[in-house]
Ligand binder design. Sequence first.
Ligand code: GDG
Length: 726
Amino acid sequence: MSKTLIISNRLPVSIKKEGDKLTFTPSTGGLATGLGSIYKTGSNLWIGWPGLYINKKEEKESITNSLQEENMLPVFLTEKEIKEFYEGFSNETLWPAFHYFNQYVVYEQALWEAYVRVNQKFANEVIKAAEPSDTVWVHDYQLLLLPQMVREKLPDISIGFFQHIPFPSYEAFRQLPWRRELLYGMLGADLLGFHTYDDMRHFLSAVNRLAGISYSQGEVIVDSRPVMVDAFPMGIDYDRYADAAALPETLEREKRYRSALGEQKLILSMDRLDYSKGIPQRLAAFELFLERHPEFKGEVSLLLIVVPSRDNVGMYKELKETIDEMVGRINGKYGRMNWMPIHYFYRSYPLEALSAFYRMANVALVTPMRDGMNLVCKEFIASKLDQKGVLILSEMAGSAKELSDAILINPNNINQVAEVIHQALVMPIDEQIKRNSVMQKSLKRYSIHHWVDIFMSQLAVIKEKQKALFTKKVDAATMKNLKAAYQSASHRLIFLDYDGTLMPFTDNPMLVCPDETLIALLKDLTANKKNKVVIISGRGKNVLEEWLGAFPVDLVAEHGGCYKEKGKDWEMVKKLKDDWKKDIGGWLKLYVDRTPGSFVENKEYSLVWHYRKVETGLGELRAREIISHLKHLSANENLQVVEGNMIVEVKRTEINKGRAASKWLKKNAHDFVLSIGDDFTDEDMFKMMPETAFTIKVGSAASEAKYSVKSPEEVRKMLRELITEN
Ligand code: GDG
């Protein structure tokens, strides 16, 4: 039976040590609740740090045993590890970098090294606990390297990764000295989830630019393994908040708080202590509101709850001081004997208290500078059983993408925030109800349970897709069949594409003349009189002649436009009119003028626009423009516009590799056919091959070919093995 393992920095439990006694309190946070349905079942497991430092072996064992009963497995970390890996690299490097607080980012090699070590420590536990058929779900920025570390040891295991904080734009991400390692660490997963589409496209763009891997429809191919990247906006346990808002304890608390506070309106501000939450900016906006709308003095108070967090990190200590100072100043300036503008609490509360705050608040002021999602705003809406109340929400929070019926603000625009506080306080009740009912409906539907289900089912989808592709890989059994067929045949026809098949791609397409290994391979392959080798390429005849003319092979150039049988002269398919080249060549020249690094190659039967050396992104953009432009121009001319690897080619429709290959098939007796190619122009060739042929695609994109191999290197190895007698 395969199982599921959840991995996060912290286990969903808090353990207290009083003397020799340990007490375990399970976490009731949203994620723990949502994932409860998974990790508590069968032999499933949650792996993470238990939250306290344990040195003694017996104590470690006793904790491990107790946690085992709850389906949890602890990773014990030392104080130094927590300091460097968690407080250091995670919270002083990644957290500010990913939230666009560049000025706070600490770049320290020692912290990075600790991060690598601790990720490896987690990975070792996963590797020990997991079987190849299991599913692993890794959570968050503390464990970005884990997917790849697990993949190395368990190559076929299913790995999902979800990042709870934003993924920054490439421009911010590229500042990190360890950006490539971080990306490749993440790419060990099969499915990468982010809260929003923006995070997802930022990640894809970083992958494209830093790893040179292009993407299509959220899919990237990493070492022939399709990896899916998608947005999964996380929801809350809606019923839990709606139910809590109706509990007698909650109502009793509300009554108590009300009688202490008085009857004024309340604005709720509640977050962990963090600079990403924009607390000082919020206080400044509240102050400006009081200034601009003095009629609200005595009528409204701000309930400021700041939940202690990371106060070991210097930046957080400073933030706390700033908040303390601002609250003191505002209260000192505006407060009266019978009214305080701000009620400030620096502590955490039980759920019933939170629920009472959510119920009491007329307005929730959720104005982070950046937030992956933000759950507080969702919980506020879910707690509004009478649907009265107004949510002011920062457009920089992931949740703003879903909660468009809130009043959305830019947290840097203090003027705007001050004004919307007023707007919220005077909003008519029926409008409040209208907005909240829309948001409640959506939050109920997209709950945390829905989120877990969707993520897990998408992970299964991508795994299935990989399996379907992997079955086509040339494995030992296929190789055996191929070799048997080869050995028993006496008239073998072997069609080989050149670029991307026999030779890897390079920046300069003119610098890929055959290397020594290939020369030796072609010599040996053609030395056997039973083999007829046809190099079938899109390149022009001159370059093929120069590089391959000396070998006893047949050559097909320009996708079949010209060809040459061994020992004979070049022949050309009947010369077709090529007036079209003048018009279209003119258009392509304009694109070259606008796009440094690109150039046009003039072939006998086609024109090719190359963009391999153009700035990433710009080349693809221009290629799209060219294709849509040329589609119109070429329709009347019997021309075809095709996209290849960093090229756009315009050619006569009559010419393709399929037609060319069939000429050889007709003319030459054959009892073994092998055809290998890497790009879409080779698909025409695969289609024309007889049923018994071995067709092999280089790379992992969908193909007409029956089998696939990873790279030109593997093609060479395979051919070498084929001709080696044993
Ligand atoms: C990260 C991302 C993303 C708050 N005070 C108390 C308390 N809370 C609970 C809230 C809420 C949670 O803590 C805070 O969640 P947020 O989403 O607002 O923020 P982060 O902690 O920064 O979380 C964030 C999230 O991960 C999930 O992916 O949304 O963007 O930064 O549930 O209710 N809970 C209790 N007492 C408190 O005093 N019991």
